[in-house]
Design a protein around this ligand. Sequence first.
Ligand SMILES: C[S@@+](CC[C@H](N)C(=O)[O-])C[C@H]1O[C@@H](n2cnc3c(N)ncnc32)[C@H](O)[C@@H]1O
Length: 355
Amino acid sequence: MDEKKSVEQTEIKHKRRKRYSGTHPKKFEEKYKELQPEKYQDTVKKVMEKGSTPAGMHRSICVEEILEFLNIQPGQTGLDATLGYGGHTKEMAAKLQGKGHLYSLDVDPIELPKTRERLAAQGFGPEILTILQRNFAEIDEVAKESGPLDFVLADLGVSSMQIDNPERGFSFKVDGPLDLRLDPKKGVSGAERLKSLTEEELEGMFIENADEPYADVIAKAITKYNKKGIEISTTTMLREIISEALQFIPEKTRKDDIKKSCQRCFQALRIDVNSEFEVLFEFLEKLPHVLAPGGRVAILTFHSGEDRLVKKAFKHYQREGIYSDVAKSPIRPSDEEIRSNGRARSAKLRWAVKA
Ligand SMILES: C[S@@+](CC[C@H](N)C(=O)[O-])C[C@H]1O[C@@H](n2cnc3c(N)ncnc32)[C@H](O)[C@@H]1O
């Protein structure tokens, strides 16, 4: 064989094919141009007009209603128990007009520094705003530093940035590790948690935390994997297990029902992993002791379990004479807000005033 030809052929054979990068951006950061809102303002505007939330952002809910109720005055001291993207914090801090102080808490070590930087760049630095990586269940500790609070806001649950980031594992719609921790450095992941629960406990978790009608069937399906020693390590795996278990649902409603069950089961697991009911309970119990006389608290909830807890606590302390007034029924976002921000649909706002 001609030696030259053979070398050429070998070279051709070994030349690596260039990977086809495809027409669709693969990475989250590339896919969502809105992640850099300053750079892609047109994209952000278009996304918001469609009633969606641009990736990397969170649209604050019931802002006007909250500000109207809290009636913040310059010189007051307040607390935002759930900083998130900092939308509510920014509006509340602005009402102080440079006098007084706002404390804002979040457990999330990933989003918190970004929000701190963003707010500082907008003129809300440490002279008016103290941002702490703390669980709101420790509100009594925070109050030792702040003194009695004139106003408190808690906007419960997760932010859009957390939901949209596949690495965090909050959404069944995107593939990622089944984590679901608000603070990924603490506690155990969703995957670990599923492994450690019995069939009965799983069923109880889905019912208690999310009123899941197919809790028994789904718990059974998960337990099969547990017994085989197969870890349900990703969001996609859990979604597929739920979907497979619910194939008996008549075709007409199957797709929709599966989607709802996925939503509820992920919510239930998130609540469990982050002990959300326990910390909310602790927060509600401590609140009356940290509010100043006449102090106001507003709480935004996103599902019936949370709302029930808030309603019961407010009523209980009103009967004891600790709150002089509480919301008789929850305030709902306006139709216009719901139209322009789908995530506002399930929000309920309750408030109380310290005697
Ligand atoms: C709905 S978002 C808040 C959005 C915020 N109000 C805004 O305008 O951007 C809820 C935030 O509360 C945080 N969070 C949830 N439970 C918490 C807790 N127990 N203590 C402190 N922060 C918590 C979450 O990490 C998330 O960032």
